[in-house]
Design a protein around this ligand. Structure first.
Ligand SMILES: [Fe+2]
Length: 190
């Protein structure tokens, strides 16, 4: 396990929570992808800020995003993860990242449709948004539809339209592509 992405203490926490090695390996790939995205973001976008928008929170959000899979393999793993995370005393921003990462970040009016408890599940910070995007890019690579995260990003719209199961549903696919658009808007030129 690469120390650069997941610290020994974080790895211990993920294992103690009961997360499988498969989910932990996925979380490491998502963390690498989220940091790769963050590296390309323009300075003024604020990812280097030492607060909840910052790069370290993005990293920790990615590390823990699937924590809830220790208890729930379905759409509820986001809220379950946030509950576990709060009980463990993880930062609120990290818990919020878990909550908002499912189905591309569900708006309040669609929460019931997805079987989520009432609430707004849209990623609000750039850090949260990049974790959600990174998660999908890694899903695409893990499904064998792109060789690299960069290739997944490059061809994301095409891939999600050709493989609707990866986008889960049309609304989710739309939200993911919106996040890709948000990233392109803050991407450094060149
Ligand atoms: Fe997840």
């Amino acid at each position: 396990m690469n120390e650069q992405y997941i610290s020994a203490a974080e790895l211990r926490l993920l294992r103690q929570a009961g997360l499988s090695e498969t989910v932990i390996a996925h979380s490491e790939r998502v963390t690498a992808a989220a940091l790769w995205l963050a590296d390309q973001v323009r300075e003024e976008a604020g990812l280097d800020a030492p607060d909840s928008l910052g790069r370290e929170r993005l990293r920790r959000g990615a590390v823990f995003h699937d924590l809830g899979k220790a208890e729930d393999g379905g759409v509820l793993h986001g809220v379950v993860g946030a509950r576990i995370g709060r009980a463990l005393g993880l930062e609120e921003d990290v818990c919020r990242t878990m909550e908002v990462h499912v189905r591309g970040g569900v708006p309040a009016e669609q929460a019931e449709h997805y079987g989520l408890p009432p609430g707004d599940y849209r990623p609000a910070t750039l850090a949260q948004q990049l974790v959600v995007l990174a998660d999908k890019l890694v899903d695409v690579v893990e499904a064998g539809k792109a060789a690299t995260v960069a290739e997944a990003l490059e061809n994301l719209a095409d891939i999600l339209h050709r493989h609707p199961n990866l986008g889960k549903d049309e609304a989710t696919t739309g939200r993911i592509l919106d996040l890709a658009g948000t990233f392109q808007a803050v991407r450094r030129p060149g």
